[in-house]
Design a protein around this ligand. Structure first.
Ligand SMILES: Cc1ncc(COP(=O)(O)O)c(C=O)c1O
Length: 373
């Protein structure tokens, strides 16, 4: 009898289920035979990509026969200028997901402990599991990372700590002073991943100087992405800011052309598109205020969000409500797990999308259609 694939595969694949992304609009429309579905499930920018990025993309298309610049020279230079670091402090990734993956592959070994908030972005736990690490889950406090407890959870076996700021799926941000205190408290041997995928949405007074830790030479990597406020999720490009020695190690494991020609060019243009960034922030703030008020009228609430999505406690089965909303063409994210079985996560959309969500939610809750499947 030949061995089964399961036997040949990494033992750490056991117990792992594939990451479940939000359903694409086309798939929902095809499956339900409807038109005009709205997707509020993946925290994308509802205004679309930066128009300057779209122009740059059109120009870059005719260069698609060439391999990209594997080092991303121009994009890194522009980022380095803005962040007051050198290009050697930067690594580009196929989304910041790829950089999370590189961090896991390059540093995590079976038996290492990894400290993660619970709930947090699911990928952190998946990557730790895949490397055979011990996940030390630290419950949130007031829906926010409990950094004091996380610092206390660090032992001599801890290799890495993940801090999502703002946290997904709660949208909450920690106070800058709390990150400072955490960095003071933990050993300099611990690798700290500060995931700032949504940082451009965060009010200024809550933005920590995370890059400062990198400049100080701490073993910190700060992750940012072009998938959120810059509206380029489909192109898959993000970046990490880390000490040059860490970037050098990650580059050893990085695929040679991991970010493509179009993504690099679009990202470079999007960085400069101040108008798109400003309108995206504004639409997000207005949408957040509208949704918070309307949800409040329905007696529903969630933690205060510093990002472009809201976690909502429906006080009833979140998955059933998400299914019922889907049948009305509104795609949101059900959550589940130990803490969030009555919650959904909703991306803040354009005003018509937000209204469509509220109307659909009212109708589902009033008709009880979530109780029938
Ligand atoms: C906290 C967090 N980190 C990272 C990512 C991944 O971003 P990217 O599209 O750059 O891979 C997401 C995407 O939803 C996220 O929520």
């Amino acid at each position: 009898m030949p061995k089964s694939l399961e036997e040949l595969a990494s033992p750490f694949l056991k117990g792992l289920v594939p990451y479940l992304p939000g359903k694409p609009v086309e798939e929902v429309e095809r499956e339900l035979g409807i038109k005009g579905a709205v997707k509020l499930a993946s925290n994308e920018n509802p205004l679309g990509p930066s128009p300057q990025a779209v122009r740059a993309l059109r120009e870059a298309l005719s260069n698609s026969h060439r391999y990209p610049d594997g080092g991303g020279y121009y994009l890194k230079r522009a980022l380095a200028d803005r962040l007051e670091v050198t290009s050697e402090h930067l690594i580009l990734g196929n989304g910041c997901n790829e950089i999370l993956d590189l961090m896991a592959r390059c540093f995590l070994l079976p038996g290492d402990e990894v400290v993660i908030a619970d709930p947090a972005f699911v990928l952190y736990g998946m990557l730790a599991h895949l490397q055979g690490c011990e996940k030390i889950l630290v419950p949130l406090k007031g829906w926010t990372h409990d950094l004091e407890a996380m610092a206390k959870a660090v032992t001599s076996k801890t290799k890495m700590v993940f801090i999502g700021n703002p946290n997904n799926p709660t949208g909450t941000a920690v106070k800058p002073g709390e990150i400072e205190a955490f960095m003071q408290a933990v050993s300099e041997d611990v690798l700290v991943v500060i995931d700032e995928a949504y940082i451009e949405y965060v009010p200024e007074e809550l933005v920590p100087d995370s890059v400062g830790f990198v400049r100080q030479g701490r073993w910190v990597i700060v992750l940012r992405t072009f998938s959120k406020i810059y509206g380029l999720a489909g192109l898959r490009i993000g970046y990490g800011i880390a000490p040059p020695s860490m970037v050098e190690l990650l580059n050893r494991a990085r695929a040679p052309f991991n970010t493509n020609v179009l993504a690099q060019r679009a990202a470079l243009a999007a960085l400069d598109d101040r108008q798109h960034i400003a309108s995206s922030r504004k639409v997000n703030e207005l949408g957040k205020a509208y949704l918070t008020t309307e949800l409040g009228r329905l007696g529903l609430q969630g933690p205060p969000s510093a990002a472009n999505f809201l976690l909502i406690d429906l006080k009833r089965d979140g998955r059933a409500v998400a299914e019922a909303l889907l049948r009305k063409g509104v795609i949101v994210r059900p959550l589940g797990g130990r803490y969030l079985s009555t919650h959904i996560r909703v991306t803040i959309g354009t005003p018509p999308e937000n209204e469509r969500f509220i109307e659909a939610l009212k109708s589902v809750l009033q008709s009880g259609s979530h109780l029938r499947s």
